[in-house]
Design a binder for this molecule. Structure first.
Ligand code: NAP
Ligand code: GDD
Length: 346
């Protein structure tokens, strides 16, 4: 019999790649979707045709991490072998505007799902999408499973709660409940208001003459950026281990937002000149003389995570998992996809 998996957050970047991976591995894949007034299934549309049909690639269930009854109903209907909790209010900047909601969904939503699993007494394994945002204002040169947490946003605090709750259910009830502490991972399916995708999409739009200027916040923050399809493979591997344990997944390389921006412009053969300094800094296209990048304080956060660099040696040793895609390749993959949409070939 096929293994059954439930993915919360299946309509998001990671959920869509994980659904594809589990289908390839011959799982029966069930996804939790929220009702929206606009269509929110663009990333899984290709898996959805014929939903309801016995040969459908995935089965979708209406539910919400804010609604315990829907979670209980879905667990009891599906009786899964594995649950991947990827749903969250996942935007760090937005979490400063909506701290209560972020806590309700990203932190308490995890409690609701773990409680639904515990009370249903199903023997399913549980994966929690933990984050390198847990490390926040870290002073460690590289962060691994032993590095202390210092979250810097309502999102980071909510993820810290969910991390500890997952461990607590493992220790209290003997449940197979694990955390994947994932560093930033991107792709052409990345949400348009995360910085890498904002950059690749805006530069493609600027080249196509559909946008004048790209406005950004802090260019100096450094992140360990990987490629999302590789990271969902790591999630699955974490769930196949005989013992439930927490793992860091990262590339082991770090780069600033500025590095990523300049790398993308280089890929697109945009020759630029940097003008001004501080909040007045701009990038001008030397060919057209137009300002194509400028700063906007709107995108600055009340508290910033300045530096992240992951040490995934435990994942390499125990899972045989390693990130392969470099930041140069990642930028190219994302730019190609966004430029293709504009009819521009690189
Ligand atoms: P994403 O693209 O923003 O997707 C978030 C998903 O959560 C979407 O499917 C969204 O549904 C769903 N969701 C939001 N609120 C919900 C609610 N109340 N009930 C049910 N579903 C809800 O995020 P992602 O990049 O794929 O990340 C997946 C998970 O990993 C998130 O928990 C994120 O915090 C965490 N994480 C991500 C990274 C990264 O670099 N990508 C790194 C570490 C950890 P809609 O489509 O309806 O909005
Ligand atoms: N979003 C955004 N928009 N970020 C900007 C901008 C901008 O215009 N300008 C500069 N930045 C900076 C942010 O201040 C941050 O330092 C960095 O770019 C990355 O921001 P995001 O792409 O929004 O990602 P994040 O690192 O805050 O959070 C992502 O990664 C976490 C893992 O470390 C999200 O995917 C989280 O859900 C995830 O947990």
């Amino acid at each position: 019999m096929k293994k059954r998996a439930i993915i919360t957050g299946i309509t998001g970047q990671d959920g869509s790649y994980l659904a594809e991976l589990l289908i390839q591995k011959d799982y029966e894949v069930h996804g939790v979707v929220r009702r929206a007034s606009t269509f929110n299934r663009g990333r899984i549309d290709h898996l959805c045709s014929d939903v309801g049909h016995p040969d459908a690639a995935i089965y979708l269930h209406y539910g919400d991490l804010g609604d315990s009854n829907s979670l209980l109903r879905i667990l009891s209907d599906v009786k899964p072998d594995e649950i991947y909790n990827l749903a969250a209010q996942s935007h760090v900047g937005v979490s400063f505007d909506m701290p209560e909601y972020t806590g309700d969904i990203t932190a308490l939503g995890t409690t609701r799902l773990l409680e639904a699993l515990r009370t249903s007494k199903l023997p399913a394994k549980f994966y929690q999408a933990s984050s390198s945002e847990l490390y926040g204002k870290t002073t460690s040169p590289m962060q691994n499973e032993e590095t202390p947490f210092y979250p810097r946003s309502p999102y980071g605090c909510a993820k810290a709660y969910a991390y500890y709750l997952t461990r607590n259910y493992r220790e209290s009830y003997g449940m197979y409940a694990v955390n994947g502490i994932l560093f930033n991972h991107e792709s052409p399916r990345r949400g348009e208001n995360f910085v890498t995708r904002k950059i690749t999409l805006s530069l493609a739009n600027i080249l196509a003459g559909k946008q004048e200027c790209l406005y950004l916040g802090n260019l100096e923050a450094k992140r360990d950026w990987g490629y999302a399809p590789e990271f969902v493979e790591g999630m699955w591997k974490i769930m196949q281990q005989p013992e439930p344990e927490d793992y860091v997944l990262a590339t082991g390389r770090t780069a600033s937002v500025r590095d990523f921006l300049e790398l993308c412009m280089k890929h697109l053969h945009i020759r630029y000149e940097r003008k001004g300094s501080g909040k007045d800094e701009t990038y001008t296209d030397t060919k057209t003389g137009r300002t194509i990048v400028a700063l906007d304080p709107l995108y600055h956060r009340p508290a910033e995570v300045d530096f992240l660099l992951g040490d995934a040696s435990k994942a390499k040793r125990k899972l045989g998992w390693e990130a392969k895609t470099t930041i140069e390749e990642l930028a190219r993959i994302m730019l190609e996809a966004d430029c293709r949409e504009q009819g521009i070939s690189l």
